[in-house]
Design a protein around this ligand. Structure first.
Ligand code: NDP
Ligand code: GDR
Length: 355
């Protein structure tokens, strides 16, 4: 039986990937941070009581900032495949916590790669690094592909740039089967609540249910290539099944603005928005009631923004046979429907409104 270790298993991608690998018959081990409250909601449905036997999903306490802990877990699990998904993954937050972000995202990747080498697992263990379209930042070429030069625009992207190159370096220097997936934005009903898509779909649900009046956003003109997380974890797995390690862009090849995502999300809940542009006070007004539904709050603007991302997934399509299945409209529709259902059931928590 193949064994996989997923760091970041409690996150959006970790949950979808764990589910996929269990379906494929893997034994799945996940790295979980100790927290003062439960943080396993996304994978609770995969948990089985060890007393029942035949347990193929196990969690280990650990942290990407703790090298000896990573070595011990790697020694215990001796995985055939490692998926390094753990990261401080919020771009805006990385401007506030640059040093921690570098420690977890950049050095954390190095620690994991070193653990493989220290334990002599180079020949036995394949390594996937969760690289990102944020590496392109200020884009030099559109659409972005594997050969497009990088120009990171945040401490997060700078940390991920190190992680990208140290992964390439361990492949070249030590012959490790190590690959980067350069993934463009991917979302789902499991998306973290402070990323823009989920923030929007949660607010749409709350507004539609009469629990909230208005949604505050930052830059409405930013454009992203948004896909569905379920499709992208399938791509991660395919990358590690290749004989030769390599780096791949996973993207849909379509781009949409934040404004367009918001319009579609409100429309999916039966609210049509007119956008009244007045500079910083730009408003999205409900066409039927005339009420303001979306307003700009400059506190969500970033010190340096990534304006436009659109990926070219041709290499992944040709070599991995990978393509996205979920399109933009169905992604937005699924997220809105899930949040309407969730909020109808649980009401509106006093969620923080941090970017
Ligand atoms: P999430 O933010 O949903 O999940 C991040 C995971 O990393 C969580 O399990 C989190 O634990 C864990 N984590 C954070 N810091 C540490 C640490 N110091 N030690 C151990 N675990 C830690 O991210 P996604 O699932 O969306 O993304 C997965 C990976 O892919 C990330 O590396 C992200 O940067 C990258 N990526 C994501 C894209 C996207 O669009 N989703 C696109 C391209 C790359 P906890 O649950 O305790 O917070
Ligand atoms: P991103 O995702 O920075 O692309 O990183 P996010 O959803 O945070 O932002 C996308 C764009 O929306 C604009 N925006 C806002 N963003 C947030 N979070 N909140 C707002 O209120 C808001 N208003 C407008 C942003 O300025 C930005 O342009 C995600 C993460 O998953 C990374 O880990 C991953 O590497 C990249 O996607 C690919």
């Amino acid at each position: 039986m193949k064994r996989a270790l997923i760091t970041g298993v409690t996150g959006q991608d970790g949950a979808y990937l764990a589910e996929l690998l269990l379906e494929k018959g893997y034994e799945v081990h996940g790295l979980k941070r100790r927290a003062s409250s439960f943080n396993t909601a996304r994978v609770d449905h995969l948990y089985r009581d060890p007393h029942e036997g035949n347990v193929r999903f196990r969690l280990h306490h650990g942290d990407m900032t703790d090298g000896s802990n990573l070595i011990r877990i790697m020694q215990e699990v001796r995985p055939h495949e490692v998926y390094n998904l753990a990261a401080q993954s919020h771009v805006q937050v990385s401007f506030e916590t640059p040093e921690y972000t570098a420690n977890a995202d950049a050095l954390g990747t190095l620690r994991l790669l070193e653990a493989i080498r220290i334990l002599g697992l180079e020949g036995a263990c394949r390594f996937y690094q969760a690289s990102t379209s944020e590496l392109y930042g200020q884009v030099a070429e559109t659409p972005q592909r594997e050969t497009t030069p990088f120009h990171p625009r945040s401490p997060y992207a700078c940390a991920k740039l190190y992680a990208y190159w140290i992964t390439v370096n361990y492949r070249e220097a030590w012959g490790l089967h190590a690959s980067n997936g350069i993934l463009f934005n991917h979302e789902s009903p499991l998306r973290g609540e402070t990323f823009v898509t989920r923030k929007i779909t949660r607010a749409v649900a709350a507004i539609a249910l009469g629990l909230q009046d208005r949604l505050y956003l930052g830059n409405l003109d930013a454009r992203r290539d948004w896909g569905h997380a379920r499709d992208y974890v399938e791509g991660m797995w395919r990358i590690l099944q290749q004989e030769t390690p390599d780096d791949y862009v996973l993207a849909t090849g379509e781009t949409h603005s934040v404004r367009s995502f918001a319009s579609r999300a409100f429309a999916a809940a039966g609210i049509a928005l007119d956008w009244k542009g007045e500079g910083l006070a730009e408003k999205g007004i409900d066409a039927a009631s005339g009420e303001i539904r979306v307003e700009i709050d400059p506190r969500y603007f970033r010190p340096a923004e990534v304006d436009l991302l659109i990926g070219d997934p041709a290499k992944a399509r040709e070599r991995l046979g990978w393509t996205h299945r979920s399109d933009f409209d169905s992604l937005v529709g699924e997220m809105v429907a899930a949040d309407l259902e969730l909020m109808g059931r649980e009401g509106l928590p006093r969620a923080e409104r941090m970017a």
